[in-house]
Ligand binder design. Sequence first.
Ligand code: ADP
Length: 213
Amino acid sequence: MNIILLAPPAAGKGTQAQFLVSKYHMKHISTGELLRKSLKQDDEISKEIKERMNAGRLVSDEIILDLIAKEIETAKEGVVLDGFPRNRVQAIEYEQLLQKLGQKLDVVLYLSISKEVAKKRMKGRRTCPTCGKIYNMHMEEMLEELCGSCHTSLVSREDDNEETFDLRYETYMRETDPLISFYQEKGLLKQIDASKEKEEVFKKIEQILSTLS
Ligand code: ADP
């Protein structure tokens, strides 16, 4: 099964993707994570990617499509796409890529949330630099900011600050929000209220997936 998670920044795509991976053993492809990993290299491309991410802008389609093609071609089972596609060009290229591989897109899960709630989540978001697990300081009971799985000190993402968040949100509204009607017209879109607790959101996702064959 191939799933797209479509949502504004900090709505909980990464968290729901982790639930999907543990229940359905799908491959999680997060373009944001792939980009953050690629930043460890100290070259011109990394510099450009970093500048764009910290300005809340999209990284070029060419770079993203190259990353995605490599990941999808090696995925035997289904994939859960988190953060891709983020504009019309990427959506169309993804369709063509699937066609080439003889696969199809099964569903687009649109996690809807207000800007205010998303911003609050962004402020509380911490990730584990070792295992990638995502936490929220507003929602989890934590004595220290340590990963429950591997005890590493948690960190905040460099682009998780109020100013960059506002820019990311603007980019989302301009570039990504139009994909809602793009997938609605294809009959692939399912909307989920993502302001609910993460477990409740996942229950809704499970219900939706159980209706698909
Ligand atoms: P969030 O969804 O919370 O904004 P992500 O980790 O998905 O976080 O993305 C972080 C940043 O990475 C984006 O603001 C953008 O600069 C870049 N990025 C991620 N995915 C894409 C994509 N598909 N196309 C272009 N840029 C992307």
